[in-house]
Design a protein around this ligand. Sequence first.
Ligand SMILES: NC(=O)c1ccc[n+]([C@@H]2O[C@H](COP(=O)([O-])OP(=O)(O)OC[C@H]3O[C@@H](n4cnc5c(N)ncnc54)[C@H](O)[C@@H]3O)[C@@H](O)[C@H]2O)c1
Length: 326
Amino acid sequence: MRVLVTGGAGYIGSVSVRLLLDEGHDVTVLDSLQRGWRAAVDVRARFVDGSVGDSVAVEDALKNADAVLHCAGLIEVAESQEHPDRYFRVNTVEPCVLLEAMLERGIDAIVFSSTAAVYGEPDAVPIPEGAPTRPVNAYGASKLAFENVIEGYGAAGRMRSVRFRYFNVAGAWPDGSLGEAHDPETHIIPRILQAMHQGERSFEVFGGDYPTETGTCVRDYLHVCDLARAHVLGLEHLASGGAGGVFNLGSGVGMSNLDVVNTCAEVSGREIKVDIGPRRCGDPAVLIAASDRAELELGWTRDRGDLRTIVEDAWAWHIAHPNGYR
Ligand SMILES: NC(=O)c1ccc[n+]([C@@H]2O[C@H](COP(=O)([O-])OP(=O)(O)OC[C@H]3O[C@@H](n4cnc5c(N)ncnc54)[C@H](O)[C@@H]3O)[C@@H](O)[C@H]2O)c1
């Protein structure tokens, strides 16, 4: 396949680019580098420095593509509440330029990085794809809006799409050469590992009075390499004429924040005291995915799915890159 990966200099995009290249596909990366790292882009990929909202850059990037994996975007919930304009522009409006250019070139296949944040506070867990979508922040709303745009193109018979709703993505390329380097980092596993690596004595967990076994929030963790594998399967599905659809990606297993801290301590051999802080506004108690549809329809399996493997790979990345890609 000849694939354009937008956001290929970011965490999830860079791992997906590496997997696609390793499997013999031709890859172009389009990234504005506003949140990504040139060093994360595999040297075998063609790199175009630009935004998905810039028609000249998009034209150039689409020259060698038959399909698009659209990972580019802004991902911080708190920032999205402060700057909803920024989130709707980057996550919803600018990618419309990409869709227009795809249509002009007759490219009708797109795999989109969406998020569990489109569900908001669920009525029940595990969450199936048919659950109501009621995002509680501008980030989730901006991603859902773009899902709707793609669906609209689909309803008009102009585009086929796979919309993947990821739960909590973590882990790294197993040799520690590619990993999570957000700035600021808000995801719990890299934050705990950074704190341990820097020798900090305590780590604050948001809320200890949730109706869960440990009192802390429960989340569903997904290895970034298993996610990249799902991307390849989604692209293959569309390449073979598949109709696409919405697919959750998670493990179906919930791990509490305390489980995560304990696993990080076991893997790193470093202890850290847990401070229970106040709840964070808008954090549901439990988020767990039902991912059966991706398994049944795309043949997706998780090879590195358990939390310990996820943390081991993330730790290997942190040890090798204490300052990320800097
Ligand atoms: N990380 C997670 O746990 C998670 C969970 C659910 C969904 N997602 C989705 O997955 C995607 C990738 O997330 P990530 O963790 O790799 O984020 P990331 O910030 O590491 O990567 C995003 C990349 O997109 C680039 N980018 C941003 N705006 C751009 C634009 N207008 N044009 C071109 N490039 C642009 C950034 O420079 C960056 O390299 C996002 O769309 C996000 O919504 C991530």
